[in-house]
Every structure is written in C-alpha cells, then in structure tokens.
Design a protein around this ligand. Sequence first.
Ligand code: ZN
Length: 54
Amino acid sequence: MKNDEAQQLRVFWEAKGNPPYDHPTIEKERFEEGGHTGFYVYTTCGAYIGPAGE
Ligand SMILES: [Zn+2]
C-alpha cells in the first residue's frame, strides 16, 4: 500500500470515529516509487503496526 493511500485511510477512519473492527490484513507501506518505508499498515484503517501504531 502506498503511504499516501494509508494516510487517506487514516483520515477516512478517523472521520468515521475509529469504529472497532478486526485487523485481519497488513501490508508493507511503500513510497510512491515502490520502496518499503520500513513500516507495516493495516489495510482497513491505515494505522501503523507496532511501536508507531496500534
Ligand atoms: Zn485500526
């Protein structure tokens, strides 16, 4: 998932009031050019996983 997509998901999810849900799927967060940012994000809400996230 591109980092700007993850950002959009976070804004979208926040606007919905961060409703609870399962976090079944994660993806590498990638830069526009395709490189790995070093982070992983949830594909549903865009939240970072681990120390930077939930
Ligand atoms: Zn989440």
